[in-house]
Structures are given as C-alpha cells and as structure tokens.
Design a protein. Structure first.
Length: 104
C-alpha cells in the first residue's frame, strides 16, 4: 500500500517503512510522532482512491527520527568591472521521519 501526501508545497509518494526528509516544523517538547492529514491519493494494487482534493478519513502516521541539516549551498554574486563579489552559504534544516502507518 502506498500514499501520496502533501506537506507544505511538496508532495511525497510514501510506503510503510520509508524514511524521508520533510521541511522543518515547529514541534512540541517531547513530540515523537507526526501526522499527515492531507493525503492526495491512496493506492493498493487495483484499488486506488484519489482525493478531491484530499481523501476523506485518510491519514499517514510517522515517527520523528530527528532534525538534520542539508547539503551546503553556496551563493555567488558578481558584477563585472565594479569590484563587487559576494559569497554566502546556506544549509537548510530538515526533519527526518519514518512512515509507520497508512490509514485509508
């Protein structure tokens, strides 16, 4: 069984046992699970449910494995003949979750 979930502006195709990195959310102290209520599609072989826009009563439960940092990205700015050069870096923070249960 698989599901397509929506988190922020991203959509993910997930199955039970998958590990994925989503955008960081503000969590309560000691929170160990995360619930996705915006399920776009649930599929199980020949039987698939497609939401309009979301599948009613469907949810995906995930356990939180921790917060991680993404790869470093460098941003260069340069203007020719103006002696202007800038180099800055950025590391996006993500939340790593493991999919535990898909309920349709």
């Amino acid at each position: 069984m698989y599901a397509v979930i929506e988190d922020g502006s991203h959509q993910y195709k997930v199955q039970e046992g998958d590990t994925l990195e989503i955008q960081r959310h503000d969590l309560e102290e000691g929170q160990t699970t995360f619930e996705f209520n915006r399920v776009v599609m649930v599929g199980d072989g020949a039987e698939s449910k497609i939401g309009q826009p979301y599948v009613e009563g469907a949810k995906v439960t995930a356990s939180i494995e921790g917060e991680i940092k993404g790869q470093k990205i460098y941003i260069y700015k340069f203007k020719r003949r103006k002696n202007m050069r800038r180099k800055t870096g950025h590391r996006q923070r993500y939340l790593r979750v493991k999919i535990d249960k898909i309920e349709a």
